[in-house]
Design a protein around this ligand. Structure first.
Ligand code: IPE
Ligand code: IPE
Ligand code: MG
Length: 245
């Protein structure tokens, strides 16, 4: 008898939530929680590389996060500038290819240039694709894709929309994790998560370590992904063919 190990999710998406609460509980400013969140992301990226996960997509700043207090928004922007300088060489060394997903128009010139530079510097890496969603919203993504098709005079079919979406360079997420205890999507990957397995963790993002990731992956591996079929069909060897939809 051969024992096959359960499949790793190919693509994991994470709403990295709970930084503010992590800081507040320690009587620290919220930005200290975001700083710790960057450390947690580094650990998570390394863990994904070690486990053979091919794609990691994280929510770093939402279209709605502009509504936060000015000091917090500027703290987050400063953190991005710092992380671009400090983390990109290390990520590149680990074989990570970076993509930034989101509306760049609203960002400072310094950040916009930094994002382009980081993408170019890591473009040849092949171990892990890391999509950092920054100034991103799922509705922004869908509306922008639709507008592109209209401008090109192409029909609004599922396939055309899919190809025009910001994550068209990777397959849809298999596992969608949200930390921080909330059980909502908050406008993350609305289109792409149609068949993702959802996992909600009570851990705050700065505390989401390798063991917590393994717990999420183990939960994923216990799920039966039916894609509209029945259990009996799957047991009989029927396979989901995304092209046949
Ligand atoms: C998520 O943590 C990070 C961002 C939204 C930038 P939060 O800052 O939302 O943390 P909580 O939810 O207030 O604890
Ligand atoms: C979602 O978290 C956005 C990010 C993690 C970047 P929020 O903390 O902004 O979500 P809500 O406001 O609680 O829904
Ligand atoms: Mg939050």
């Amino acid at each position: 008898m051969t024992i096959t190990s359960p499949a790793m999710p190919h693509h994991i998406a994470i709403v990295m939530d709970g930084n503010g609460r992590w800081a507040t509980r320690r009587f620290l400013p919220r930005v200290a929680g975001h700083k710790q969140g960057v450390e947690s992301l580094r650990r998570c990226v390394k863990a994904c590389v070690d486990r053979g996960v091919a794609v990691l997509t994280v929510f770093a700043f939402s279209s709605e996060n502009w509504n936060r207090p000015v000091e917090e928004v500027s703290g987050l922007m400063d953190l991005m500038v710092g992380a671009l300088g400090r983390e990109v060489p290390k990520l590149s060394h680990d074989g990570v290819r970076l993509h930034f997903i989101g509306e760049r128009g609203g960002l400072s010139e310094k950040i916009a240039a930094g994002l382009l530079q980081a993408e170019a510097a890591t473009a040849r890496n092949t171990r892990l694709v890391l999509n950092v969603c920054f100034n991103y919203g799922g509705r922004w993504d869908i509306a922008r894709a639709a507008a592109q098709l209209v401008a090109r005079g192409e029909p609004l079919t599922e396939a055309n929309l899919d190809a025009a979406m910001a994550l068209s360079h990777v397959p849809d997420p298999d596992l969608f994790i949200r930390t921080g205890g909330e059980q909502r999507l908050s406008n993350f990957l609305l289109w792409q998560s149609a068949y993702a397995e959802l996992f909600f963790s009570d851990r705050l993002w700065p505390e989401f370590d390798e063991a917590a990731l393994d717990e999420a992956i183990a939960a994923f591996q216990r799920r039966e992904r039916r894609f509209g079929q029945t259990s009996a069909q799957l047991a009989g060897g029927a396979r989901h063919d995304p092209q046949a939809a």
